[in-house]
Design a protein around this ligand. Structure first.
Ligand code: 4HQ
Length: 259
């Protein structure tokens, strides 16, 4: 996948793709990545990229001409890439969108600064808009990095184990089970015994149950968005039955409010 970022701060990306999974993905040519400085596409002597907003008000707006020139130059380098503006009004980025983007031949990610970009950059220049969440950033760069990171790890051959990407949180729509490594006792806290038994079926069963419990407690909204496998339904039924028995045996009678 070809990734081009259009930004006023291309140096922000140098450290980003010099480390870890991104560095490896670039080294093995799973992705090619470059950041282009929008300022280099400003035609005037001072290379101005912003201007005061029509209608008045505080803050500056990114001028359309340098951005349009930068996008056209990027499209020449990556003709099949999708042009994507990072913006709070975009589709809210999630794992399903990461999967969609991982199937593209390329992405041109446009990072605004100040109050944003002139709204007249048309659909021929901006095909898609993405938000990474409902909070206000000072620029699209951090948002673009989040997208590049989540998308790159889904490209076949980028993560070590082929199944590691699809075992992760959200791959199956659930939060991940807890993880442990040595030592077996840390500051008095023990690793759950089943994980030390080597009994793989029990371990898988425990992990699924822990996954379901975490999701139920911390992100019940995720359970509303997916179906339950027969094994998952079975686990929930056992909780239901066991809670039902506990309530039947231990609940005190309700206060009689008529008195
Ligand atoms: N922006 N997800 C860039 C965001 C944002 C977000 C505000 C976009 C500032 C200039 N981008 N403008 N949230 O907050 O993507």
């Amino acid at each position: 996948m070809q990734i081009l970022v259009l930004t006023l701060f291309p140096e922000m990306f140098t450290a980003f793709w010099s480390h870890g999974m991104l560095r490896k993905a670039i080294a093995q040519e799973s992705i090619a990545a470059a950041a282009l400085n929008i300022r280099n596409f400003a035609a005037d002597r001072h290379q101005v990229t912003d201007d005061r907003p029509y209608g008045g008000g505080s803050g500056m707006v990114m001028k359309p001409e340098p951005l349009a020139a930068a996008i056209r130059a990027a499209k020449e380098r990556a003709p099949d890439a999708r042009t994507i503006l990072m913006s709070p009004q975009g589709r809210v980025f999630n794992q399903a969108l990461a999967r969609e983007l991982a199937a593209l031949p390329g992405m041109i990610l446009i990072c605004g600064r100040y109050e944003g970009v002139d709204d007249r950059l048309g659909v021929d220049l901006i095909a898609d808009e993405l938000s990474i969440g409902d909070y206000v950033l000072t620029g699209g760069e951090v948002a673009a990095m989040a997208v590049i990171d989540a998308v790159t790890r889904l490209i076949p051959g980028v993560l070590g184990g082929e199944d590691s990407a699809e075992c992760d949180s959200f791959a199956n729509g659930l939060l991940e089970h807890p993880h442990y490594t040595r030592p077996p006792v840390f500051e008095g806290a023990e690793v759950p015994g089943v994980l030390l038994t080597g009994h793989h079926r029990n371990i898988e069963r425990w992990r699924l149950e822990a996954s379901l419990l975490r999701t139920f407690v911390h992100r019940p909204d995720l359970l509303q968005e997916r179906e339950l496998t027969p094994q998952e339904a079975d686990i929930l039924r056992r909780w239901h039955d066991s809670l039902g028995r506990l309530i039947a045996e231990r609940a005190l009678p309700a206060d009689d409010r008529r008195r």
